[in-house]
Design a protein around this ligand. Structure first.
Ligand code: ADP
Ligand code: MG
Length: 597
């Protein structure tokens, strides 16, 4: 057995690098945060080959004096906190004192810096963890960190680097997050010598439009709320434009981009009633909160936070966004649920007449309702079509008299949304979209629990224009995607082709489905999406089921749906917790009509 030994500093830093800077974009994030912490007003970034060959950030911040250059590059050396008390109320973006040391351990790094009092700058170079003494250099007051050939000495890490365009896409996303967080600071970014971003200092709305596009800025609704010293400001996408805009979701807490379940949930809930649940809102929201009420020291890359009183934060954000959305809808009070659009033909199916009391029921329907053995009384389909789709769901008694299956047989479709059926107890009303979603959800779940979701190759791949970050996600997480039934090929840095989708979703819009799944993976992280967030992912997928509101179903289809519901576990609830069907007993109907029995 090997002896226990203390690891050399370089190795410690290389291990830390694996965690703190898992790819060039993560190094970029650390450098940009350092510049902001130094009070910079202007920051410029130069990248080459997606940040793998060159990553250079210069700023006009307060700089580092000659005597402290070496310290800045040492592990656990920071100017940002000194005591545990400071750790509990962090106002800066950095505080762990390990970014520069970690980056320097896996690259050729040069730190050049000048404080205002000095006549010139000093530069210090690090070669694979070894520091050279500072030498005089030219630089305006401020700092510049140049990182060449990241991971040159850690082949294992280098192997994980993806294509140049994928690494660049991640850098671009990182840059946008930081630019959105600090509209007051001017930013520039060059990639392979070409200018990609030039953002002068802005107010918040200008910056959001500059980063996310004028379309989003113009259609978005401002949010402005304050409670004590907690403030929420920003823009949320108008529900109507949710389909058109790209799904940009940025939550900033004290100037830091974070992923947080509590905040995501508050947003989802606020949009619930105004947005069809398979559309995703775009938003940029900044939450400013007393640093003592939020713990940022829960993740090495500091991309997660923990609120000390998460319930209060949830309520505050939910109400602020709901209020903004309802104001935009012209309502004085609560959010008005969007009524599903109803088409002219959405009466009882099988007939086109419209009468004051709805539509006269055909005699066939009447017989089904009140006659015996509804099996003989189909609307327009032959009796055979009533046969149950799921074996065992309904039994035919030996006497030849049909016994009604638990959810009965379909009578008609109402308003393009509901399936009406008659069972032993009376009337069954099914929300067909919710029911179908639940069926698909359970199918996907059973398959994934068993190993992987069955794939359906598409005859014609669905090609779509994608954000760079989605292309990067598709390339990064091909394994995860294949486990959940997708094959998505990268065609170019901005286009993807869906080659296979889950069998259960073969009729869905493959492009839209793939986009939503990529977004979910990107937000939650592939390592967690199948563990902690599996149910959310599956419900996102199930939302894309083929049966949409306003599609007229044949009686055969309606009955097939009922039989499938019976065969599906927990079919009484859709994935969003809404019920999928409702029973109205004959007794309730009798009461309604004051009919004593
Ligand atoms: P942290 O940001 O967690 O303190 P870093 O390793 O990122 O740790 O940086 C170490 C220290 O170097 C910082 O605390 C800061 O004092 C100094 N420093 C780093 N980058 C800059 C910069 N761009 N301008 C001024 N000081 C900097
Ligand atoms: Mg730092």
């Amino acid at each position: 057995m090997a002896a226990i030994r203390v690891l050399p500093d370089l190795l410690i830093n290389q291990i830390a690098a694996g965690e703190v800077i898992e790819r060039p974009a993560a190094a970029l994030k650390e450098l940009l945060e350092n510049s902001l912490d130094a009070g910079a007003h202007e920051i410029s970034v130069q990248l080459a080959s997606g940040g793998t060959k060159l990553l250079k950030v210069s700023d006009d911040g307060h700089g580092i004096g000659k005597d402290e250059l070496k310290l800045a590059l040492s592990r656990h050396a920071t100017s940002k906190i000194a005591t545990l008390d400071d750790l509990e109320r962090i106002a800066s973006l950095g505080f762990r004192g390990e970014a520069l040391a970690s980056i320097a351990a896996v690259s050729h790094l040069t730190l050049t810096s000048r404080i205002a009092e000095d006549k010139h700058a000093w530069a210090i170079a690090v070669e694979g963890g070894t520091l050279a003494p500072p030498t005089p250099a030219a630089h305006e007051p401020g700092s510049c960190v140049e990182v060449l050939d990241i991971y040159f000495n850690t082949p294992a890490r280098r192997k994980f680097l993806k294509s140049e365009s994928t690494e660049y896409a991640h850098c671009d996303e990182t840059f946008k997050r930081i630019a959105l967080a600090r509209p007051d600071v001017a930013f520039r970014l060059q990639h392979n010598g070409r200018a990609q971003w030039h953002l002068p200092s802005h107010n918040r709305a200008e910056r959001i439009s500059a980063v996310l596009g004028e379309d989003f800025g113009a259609a978005a609704i401002p949010v402005e709320a304050e409670s004590g010293n907690t403030r929420l400001t920003g823009l949320v996408g108008a529900p109507a434009s949710a389909r058109g805009t790209r799904d940009a979701q940025y939550f900033l807490v004290n100037g830091r981009f974070v992923r947080d379940k509590i905040l995501a949930h508050a947003l989802r809930q606020a949009y619930q009633d105004v947005l069809h649940h398979d559309r995703h809102p775009s938003f940029v929201l900044s939450l400013d909160i007393d640093p003592a009420r939020v713990d940022v020291n829960v993740h090495p890359a500091k991309s997660e936070v923990r609120f000390r009183d998460s319930q209060a934060v949830h309520q505050f954000v939910f109400h602020a966004v709901s209020r903004a959305l309802s104001g935009a809808a012209g309502a004085a009070t609560d959010v008005i649920p969007e009524a599903p659009a109803r088409t002219e033909s959405a009466g009882f199916m099988g007939t086109q007449h419209r009468m004051p009391l709805g539509v006269a029921q055909s005699s066939a329907v009447y017989e089904t309702l009140f006659g015996r053995g509804g099996a003989a009384a189909a609307l327009s389909t032959p009796a055979a079509a009533w046969a149950p789709a799921a074996p065992g769901a309904s039994a035919v008694r030996a006497s030849g008299e049909a016994e009604l299956p638990p959810l009965g047989f379909a009578l008609a479709q109402l308003a393009g949304i509901y399936v009406l059926a008659q069972n032993e107890h009376g009337l069954v009303i099914v929300d067909m979209h919710a029911a179908h979603e639940r069926i698909v959800y359970e199918k996907l779940k059973v398959q994934l629990d068993a190993d992987r979701i069955a794939m359906q190759p598409l005859l014609i791949p669905a090609v779509f224009n994608a954000e760079r970050i989605d292309v990067a996600t598709a390339e990064d997480h091909a394994d995860t995607l294949s486990k959940i039934g997708f094959e998505i090929a990268v065609l170019s840095p901005t286009s993807l082709a869906v080659r296979a989708v889950p069998v259960a979703l073969k009729d869905a819009d493959a492009g839209q489905l793939a986009r939503d799944v990529l977004r979910e993976i990107r937000e939650v992280g592939a390592s967690r999406v199948l563990i902690e967030a599996q149910n959310e992912l599956l419900s996102t997928m199930a939302c894309h089921t083929a049966v949409r509101a306003n599609r007229l179903l044949t009686v055969t289809e309606m009955n097939a749906l009922l039989r499938e519901m019976e065969a599906t576990e927990r079919s009484g609830q859709c994935n969003h917790g809404r019920p999928t069907w409702h029973q109205i007993s004959v007794a309730e109907l009798d009461k309604l009509f004051r009919r004593g029995r």
